[in-house]
Design a protein around this ligand. Structure first.
Ligand code: IPM
Ligand code: MG
Length: 350
């Protein structure tokens, strides 16, 4: 097949890890006889420096013209006081492409058991869960601002969800659960928040469309505790934008390293955006130290979800697992290799 892939390297370690993932995709194209046409555009701090805005119009156009987008990372202390911060570009891109569902798998690789933050007896029961995070609504996009209250200046952010916003992401979670262990756990704060009550209603109302899937509901504080105590109970976690942001970092810690966690952002069109869940790690930038695995596994998700290339995605995932099984990796998972060397090892195994 032929596919157009837009690369958005961004800031910090972004350019190094995107170049690793590109080399992996080139290897896949070569081995499986596909044609991937790569283009590159600016985003984040790099775009502020070059074009004065973190999300230039050309980047949005390029994303609409592509079949899929692979993003490195955005942000860094250099742009902390920029009028529009680099992170705003990421949020705008998600909104612009209508990417309402963020899929964040957290699976424990056997070789990384020692890297998990949890005790052996918890880890031994296995961790294989996916967070389905709503990505274009909630407090990230709600009304916000400053105002003057009775005692002085106040700041506010608003959590607001419509039924349709909840339903479309819930359907993605149910459909995913159907292909897995058939369990969805809705994580919310329905004992306090009105928006969570609507989540419970909408998610239960459509449950009858997925009779093979078991639906559970859990308050977010308890879910955080359960993830630390007994993560093997979870299959698909369905949650709002903010709770998903927080809990997916926790799921990364329990499977070993945020450096190996991929994600896919999907929506109404087939143009998905794929990115590791970690940030731009400015302290590691340019040192050949960053872990490229999160981005490489994100590229594998792109192969499977945007291009329907399951065998190719498996080949990349097996190559990553093979390298890890051989004790290879970057420093974040206790290895000794640099970014380029671990990428070479993965490519050799495809
Ligand atoms: C993530 C990140 C972003 C988010 C930041 C960089 C805006 O933490 O993708 O999890 O909060 O969504
Ligand atoms: Mg986050």
């Amino acid at each position: 097949m032929k596919a157009k892939i837009l690369l958005l390297p961004g800031d910090g370690i972004g350019p190094e890890i995107v170049s690793s993932a590109r080399r992996v995709l080139e290897c896949v194209a070569d081995k499986f006889k596909h044609e991937f046409v790569f283009s590159e555009a600016l985003i984040g701090g790099a775009a502020i420096d070059a074009a004065g805005h973190p999300l230039p119009e050309e980047t949005v156009k390029a994303a609409h013209a592509a079949d899929a987008v692979l993003l490195g990372a955005v942000g860094g202390p250099k742009w902390d006081s920029a009028p529009v911060r680099p992170e705003a570009a990421l949020l705008a891109m998600r909104k612009e492409l209508g990417l309402y569902a963020n899929i964040r798998p957290a699976k424990l690789f056997p070789a990384l058991r020692g890297a998990s933050s949890l005790k052996d007896e918890i880890v031994e029961r296995g961790i294989d869960l996916v967070t389905v995070r709503e990505l274009t609504g909630g407090i990230y996009f709600g009304e916000r601002g400053y105002r003057t209250g009775a005692t002085g200046r106040e700041a506010y952010d608003t959590e607001s969800y419509s039924e349709i916003e909840i339903e479309r992401v819930a359907r993605i979670a149910y459909e995913l659960a159907e292909t897995r262990r058939k369990k969805v756990c809705l994580v919310d704060k329905a004992n306090v928040l009105t928006s969570s009550k609507l989540w419970r209603k909408v998610v239960s109302d459509i449950a009858e469309d997925y009779p093979s899937v078991q639906l559970d509901m859990m308050y977010v504080d308890n879910a955080a505790m359960q993830l630390a105590l007994a993560p093997s109970q979870f299959d698909v976690l369905l949650t709002s934008n903010l709770f998903g942001d927080i809990l997916s970092d926790l799921t990364a810690a329990i499977v070993g390293s945020i450096g190996v966690m991929p994600s896919a952002s999907l929506g109404a069109t087939s143009v998905g955006m794929y990115e590791a869940i970690h940030g731009s790690a400015p302290a590691l930038a340019g040192l050949d130290k960053a872990d490229p695995i999160g981005t490489i596994l994100s590229a594998a998700m792109m192969l499977r979800l945007s291009f329907d290339l399951g065998a190719e995605a498996n080949a990349v995932e097996c190559a990553v697992e093979g390298a890890l099984d051989d004790g290879l990796g970057t420093a974040d998972i206790g290895g000794t290799l640099g970014t380029r060397a671990i990428t070479d090892e993965i490519i050799r195994r495809i």
